[in-house]
Design a protein around this ligand. Structure first.
Ligand SMILES: [Zn+2]
Length: 134
């Protein structure tokens, strides 16, 4: 069921809300940045996302083609979401860090399906051979 969740970084400077359905799935990826950050995401179109506080606290990191803004709190370092633009995903999207949702119950998180992506090999449509460490 789609719900409005509220999330934040660790220190609370960055706060956001996002309308999403955890039972529709989440994903984990083995690309160079997701693997190191252990980023667990749910992707939503820009219209389902709202930044409530902390615009000035966000630092942006880009690498490779530079198409994705990896955003993190300059105080606590936590990465609450990233932002990108892909026509295939309907334009601007946000990749919400599911672990930063403050009002998602442990049961909801535990039962959210996880799709694995082989981002390390630019194969986002299939799972890598090893997923247990992601
Ligand atoms: Zn913070």
């Amino acid at each position: 069921m789609e719900k409005t969740y509220h999330g934040s970084c660790h220190c609370g400077a960055v706060r956001f809300s996002a309308d999403l359905d955890l039972s529709e799935g989440t994903s984990r990826c083995n690309c160079s940045v997701c693997a190191k950050a252990r980023f667990w995401k749910s992707v939503v179109p820009a219209k389902e996302f709202q930044l409530l506080a902390g615009e000035d606290s966000l630092n942006e990191y880009r690498f490779g083609s530079g198409s994705i803004a990896h955003l993190f709190c300059r105080t606590c370092g936590v990465k609450p979401f990233g932002r990108g633009h892909l026509e295939e995903l309907g334009g601007t999207f946000y990749a919400i860090n599911v672990a930063c949702l403050d009002d998602a119950a442990p049961e909801e998180l535990a039962s959210a399906p996880v799709t694995f992506e082989d981002g390390r090999n630019d194969a986002w449509d299939r799972a890598p051979k090893e997923t247990g460490y992601l």
